[in-house]
Design a binder for this molecule. Structure first.
Ligand SMILES: [Zn+2]
Length: 120
């Protein structure tokens, strides 16, 4: 496996800081976050599932909020940028999780209002 996607449900609209990116409003709905880990992808996923942790990645700022829940995890053989590109949804926070993308992705976090909009 090369990369993963976290399907995140947000129960209400929240306004939170995303580190150096600044403060953003995250609307109630569903988010798809695409990431990868060269080694130990499973332990990376495990880390995402833990609520309390030292904030390191952009996604940590969202996932440590009590109103978020990871409702599904997908694993893929595609590169994270390719996988991200295929995903539907709107970009709410430019630069989220994509600071070091060679592909210059706008964001590795995409938002959709309805779970039905996610191609499963
Ligand atoms: Zn990318």
């Amino acid at each position: 496996m090369e990369s993963y996607q976290l399907i995140i449900e947000l129960n209400c609209t929240i306004k939170i800081s995303v580190g150096k990116l600044g403060v953003y409003e995250f609307f109630k709905g569903f988010y798809v976050y695409t990431g990868s880990a060269k080694k130990n992808m499973e332990s990376r996923i495990e880390r995402h599932l833990q609520r309390s942790k030292k904030l390191h990645w952009h996604i940590d700022y969202l996932l440590t909020d009590i109103n978020t829940n990871i409702i599904a995890v997908r694993r893929s053989l595609d590169s994270e940028c390719k996988l991200n590109e295929k995903g539907k949804g709107k970009v709410l926070v430019p630069g989220f999780g994509s600071s070091d993308c060679v592909n210059k992705c706008v964001s590795h976090l995409k938002f959709t209002e309805s779970y039905n909009h996610l191609s499963l």
